[in-house]
Design a binder for this molecule. Structure first.
Ligand code: NZQ
Ligand code: ZN
Length: 385
């Protein structure tokens, strides 16, 4: 196992009715900016619960953060923060709202000239406003991690800083009942692929990390389809298991002390930036192709995945791996996800542009061995057709 330092100080309030816990989390003299997206929180009752929990605070609101949050939208929150002396940000929504709030929190106290440098130049931030989260879509893990992804003019880039890790997060599975099937599927598959990007590399004898990861994958495979099926759609235990899996998949725990890949995400970001495909739907297209093209480097872990996650014991090593990849694709399809570029109306003619974008963004040595060059990314995209 590799050396690591691990901490995650986000306090989690999990379960039905926990939005009221905000009252004890945010100091009553704090001036709060409640930040949300396109309005789903108004129709599912989350907004009302938040308003009730903030009864002792002075608060303002900023809405309209879109999926794949845009820089141009986020910076509009900055004058509001200055004008009202905001000192706490409450993100109410999915990963896009949480990521957007992380950028706003850092940009509000940024000492440099141009807040875009936080993302584009990975400029060091010295301070950020404190963030609390009411999560409405289990997927990204953003509610307890230090990452954020921001888009500007079609360029989608991440930044990471411990200063933007949320102070607390409310995870109420009941608020996920209003999600569309598409968003449920996106969330389950995003969490699945976060787990895979930290698991499907090479063996460093990280048994705890491996078995945690395999448990998360199996939970998502079991519970994901139940959240779509009529008879189990409103089962809160199903929603709770999905929600907790998504948080655990990207809170730093399973990635500590083990190699990580993230090539699927980096290639996927270009698909979203260029073609506006939902984040998770880019991943379900790219991951099977990464598994095939990088089979040799990932051989040991692919076999472990086949045996422990899919219980495949018959056949040669190559047959076991091929079957595990097929079952992974079947799982994605059972969740209504695309698994090929052709499923989203893209083809060979789109690949040059995607490879060029990877180059522009410095994504020239991806993967756990940094050997996914632009040529290999091209092979992956060709494999995905
Ligand atoms: O805007 P509203 O009206 O709230 O609607 C949203 C949005 O349209 C809707 N929604 C959310 N909760 C709902 C709901 N609708 C009904 N009921 C609810 N309870 O869902 C739509 C999608 O929301 P979004 O926040 O965009 O989805 P998600 O959580 O999947 O976030 C995706 C973003 O996170 C980034 C992605 O790149 C993408 O920009 N990621 C962030 C990561 C991180 N910070 O660690 C890691 C991930 O890999 C990912 O890259
Ligand atoms: Zn993701």
């Amino acid at each position: 196992m590799n050396n690591f330092s691990f901490e995650n100080q986000t306090r989690i309030h999990f379960g039905e009715g926990q939005i009221s816990a905000i009252t004890g989390e945010i100091p009553s003299d704090a001036k709060v900016l409640v930040v949300y997206g396109g309005g789903s929180i108004k129709s599912n009752g989350v907004y009302d619960q938040v308003v009730s929990a903030l009864k002792d605070n002075t608060w303002f609101e900023f809405s309209g953060i879109e999926p794949n949050p845009k820089y141009d939208t986020l910076i509009k929150a900055l004058p509001l923060i200055k004008q009202h002396g905001i000192d706490y940000i409450l993100a109410v929504g999915g990963g896009s709202v949480v990521d957007g709030c992380k950028f706003i929190a850092a940009a509000a106290l940024f000492a440099g000239d141009d807040p875009w440098d936080i993302v584009a130049k990975q400029a060091k931030i010295e301070a950020a406003l404190p963030i609390g989260v009411v999560l409405t879509l289990p997927a990204t893990g953003s509610e307890t991690n230090i990452g954020s992804v921001v888009t500007r003019n079609g360029t989608k880039l991440p930044f990471m800083d411990p200063l933007v890790r949320p102070q607390f997060a409310v995870l109420d599975p009941a608020v996920t009942l209003s999600l569309s099937d598409r968003q449920i599927s996106n969330g389950v598959v995003d969490a699945f692929i976060h787990t895979m990007e930290q698991y499907l590399t090479y063996d460093v004898k990280g048994k705890v990390q491996d078995r945690f990861a395999e448990g998360l994958l199996q939970t998502l495979i079991e519970e994901g389809p139940k959240a779509l099926a009529e008879e189990t759609k409103t089962d809160l235990d199903v929603r709770a298991n999905i929600m907790w899996s998504a948080t655990m998949a990207l809170n730093g725990l399973i990635g500590s002390g083990v190699p990580q890949d993230w090539s699927t995400h980096m290639i996927g970001h270009e698909l979203t930036g260029e073609h506006e495909i939902d984040h998770a739907r880019t991943l379900s297209i790219v991951l099977p192709a990464v598994m095939k093209v990088c089979q040799q480097a990932k051989q040991g872990k692919l076999l472990q995945y086949a045996q422990r996650v899919w219980h495949i014991t018959e056949g040669s090593d190559d047959q076991k791996i091929a079957q595990a990849i097929k079952l992974t694709e079947d799982f994605f399809q059972s969740m209504g996800m695309p698994i090929r570029l052709s499923d989203v109306d893209l083809n060979e003619s789109n690949i040059d542009c995607l490879v060029k974008r990877l180059e522009q963004h410095g994504m020239t040595a991806l993967g756990e061995n940094k050997d996914i060059t632009l040529d290999v990314s091209r092979q992956i995209l060709q494999q995905a057709i």
